[in-house]
Structures are given as C-alpha cells and as structure tokens.
Design a protein around this ligand. Structure first.
Ligand code: AR6
Length: 168
C-alpha cells in the first residue's frame, strides 16, 4: 500500500470510547496497570483479561510499544507505550517521547490498523509539560511514514485540546 500522510485530528474526551482500530495506552514499564489513562483503559477493556495479556508480554522499555487485544473496547487493539518521566528536559525526555509515537505507528502498521487514537503520553502522572509534549506528538506523527490513515489526538482537558487545535 502506498504511504501517504494520515489525517490528523484532535478530540476531547475519554479515549476508551474512541472508535478506531487501535487505542494507545500510556503504560508503565512493568505493564502493571496504574492510574490515569492506563487505569481507564484497564477498566473499560476488562482488568482481568488485559492484565493477563500484559503479563504474557512482560515488560516494555520507555520509548517502545507492544500490542494486546482490545478486549471489551470498541477498538480491536491496545498499543501500550511507555513514556518518559519528566525530570528537567535534559534526560532524553524528548527523544523517548518521540520514540513512543514512532513505535506506536510501527506497531499499528504491523497489525494492519489504519486508525489510531493517542492520549497525551507522559503529561499526567509522568509530569511532561503539556505544550512541549503536544508539539512533539504532532511533529513526530507528521514526520513518520505510516500506512495509518487517521490519527486522533485525544485530550482529556480543555487546555490540552486547545494545544492540539493550535498545532494542527
Ligand atoms: N482518556 C484520555 N486521556 C486521559 C484519560 C482518558 N480516559 N485519563 C487520563 N487521560 P497519565 P502518563 C490523560 O497520567 O503521564 C499510569 O499510572 C491525562 O489527563 O494517564 O504517561 C501508568 O501506569 C494526561 O493528559 O499517563 C504509568 O505509571 C494523559 O492522559 C503512568 O501513569 C496522560 O496521563 C504514566 O503516566
């Protein structure tokens, strides 16, 4: 299939309701579940099933991505990626965050997913400044060759939504 630029959209709301092939989870290295969007995805997909699938995979290093089924989600797959914990910006945070977006698109291509929804990876519990993270998210997706045709950036708060709208 010819690679062309995907359509990029911003949305406001709960990513667990996204009608896409693949929903991205902002996970931790242990894939152990947690709070924030990770907790919401586990609850919506089914905690027992998703935890079991994650246990089979084991770990995921920051900047990488792995896939499980979507279980009870409308989405067929969940792509789990581990963002950087923000320290001061001098610890490869930007490189690792960009790598998350690239890795998720690569996994989506392997799966044959053509639509994907991203949360604002690392901007919650991991403390990444939202404006910097939004710029990396959109720039990286724009620069990454992929067969995905629709990328939706799902904000959970109005400020993040406004950032995406400005950048798109
Ligand atoms: N839909 C869309 N976005 C959401 C939702 C939701 N249902 N819930 C929260 N967000 P965070 P991180 C937004 O903390 O910073 C977990 O414990 C949230 O407002 O979920 O990458 C993991 O297990 C923020 O904008 O992820 C890790 O330990 C964004 O999602 C750790 O948190 C990311 O916030 C990962 O931290």
């Amino acid at each position: 299939m010819a690679r062309s630029n995907p359509r990029l959209e911003a949305a406001l709301g709960d990513i667990t309701a996204a009608r896409v092939d693949a929903v991205v989870n902002a996970a931790n290295r242990q894939l152990a579940g947690g709070g924030g969007v990770d907790g919401a995805i586990h609850r919506a997909a089914g905690v027992t099933e998703l935890q079991a699938a994650c246990r089979v995979i084991g770990e995921c290093a920051p900047g990488h991505a792995v896939a499980t089924e979507g279980f009870k989600l409308a989405a067929r797959w969940i792509i789990h990626t581990v963002g950087p914990m923000w320290r001061d910006g001098a610890h490869q945070e930007a490189e690792i965050l960009a790598s998350c977006y690239r890795s998720c698109l690569a996994v989506a291509d392997e799966l044959g997913a053509t639509s994907i929804a991203f949360p604002a990876i690392s901007t919650g519990i991991y403390g990444y400044p939202a404006q910097l993270a939004a710029a990396i998210a959109i720039t990286t997706v724009r620069e990454t060759p992929t067969d995905v045709t629709l990328v939706c950036f799902v904000a959970f708060d109005l400020d993040t939504f406004a950032l995406y709208q400005q950048l798109l």
